[in-house]
Design a protein around this ligand. Structure first.
Ligand code: NAD
Length: 254
């Protein structure tokens, strides 16, 4: 382990209220592309924003068609070594919350207690009726799209259905944002993993931690806006770096 990785291990060992803030980069090693890296989702699709989805049947048709292409990859993905390292940190009693921008559910699949994971951008595995709030499994709705229902409606009330991931321009889940801010403000270390930190308001979470005098550590493949404010910055692949760091931190804490 190089000097910076050892520094992060020491920082983790010295902390007792850690929050992890994760983005799409923690899941690329599970085979889910991020948005902004070359070959990422923006190279293949233009985003459909919430207003367009509500207004334009073509946007809704395109959302369901696109989902048939993108969702199976998310549904089949398995947690990688970075997700598992965070579970180890939770078991050691230090990790209090995982605040994620991800919609893939891989933190829960890795074994975190569900209440510790705060999803700021919803979840790709569900579909909700915008009228009566009925919930459906995404797979079940996709089965209807495959059976040539281009724009499936709610079985209970006929209302418009939408995946439970938060679209551009859609209001963020208020309770989750509030909980994330609270957890960040009582943390002593915010560990950012795999986020470009450009999507707001989610990316404000590490700033709340800094405002509350917590330390900041960043593990990301490329530069971020908060590198200057961090106590430690590690550039590289989270799944390769984190397991040894967490193991070293746990040895130091004994
Ligand atoms: P982003 O695409 O803006 O940034 C990802 C960052 O991770 C980049 O800076 C990249 O350099 C880095 N990265 C890529 N692979 C890495 C690795 N193996 N180890 C460490 N770093 C790595 O993603 P973001 O910051 O999460 O924000 C964009 C939005 O993307 C979020 O709103 C999120 O909802 C959505 N998103 C989620 C998923 C998912 O759920 N897996 C996938 C794509 C996009």
């Amino acid at each position: 382990m190089d000097e910076r990785a050892q520094e992060l291990a020491r920082l983790i060992a010295a902390s007792s209220r850690i929050v992890a803030f994760t983005g799409a980069g923690i899941s690329t090693e599970s085979g889910i592309p991020d948005f902004r890296s070359p070959g990422g989702i923006w190279d293949r699709y233009a985003p459909i924003d919430y207003g367009e989805f509500l207004r334009d049947p073509r946007a809704r048709r395109e959302t369901w068609r696109r989902g048939l292409d993108t969702y199976p990859v998310v549904a089949a993905a398995q947690p990688n070594r970075a997700h598992l390292a965070l579970v180890e940190l939770e078991r050691g009693g230090k990790l209090k919350a995982v605040i994620t921008q991800n919609i893939d559910g891989l933190h829960q699949k890795a074994g975190h207690a569900a209440e510790r994971v705060i999803e700021l951008h919803g979840n790709a595995h569900g579909v909700r009726c915008l009228q009566c709030r009925a919930w459906y499994a995404r797979q079940a709705i996709h089965a209807r799209v495959i059976a040539r229902e281009e724009m499936p409606g709610c079985e209970a009330c006929g209302g418009m259905l939408k995946p439970t991931s938060v679209s551009f321009g859609e209001p963020m889940p208020f309770d989750e944002l509030r909980r994330a801010e609270r957890e960040a403000r009582v943390s002593d270390l915010c560990l950012v993993i795999g986020s470009s930190l450009v999507v707001y308001p989610a990316a404000a979470v590490p700033r709340y931690a800094l405002e509350a005098a917590a330390k900041l550590a960043i593990v990301n493949a490329t530069q971020t806006d908060l590198d200057e404010a961090a106590s430690v910055v590690l550039r590289g692949r989270a799944g390769e770096l984190l397991p040894d760091i967490v193991e070293a931190a746990q040895r130091l804490a004994c």
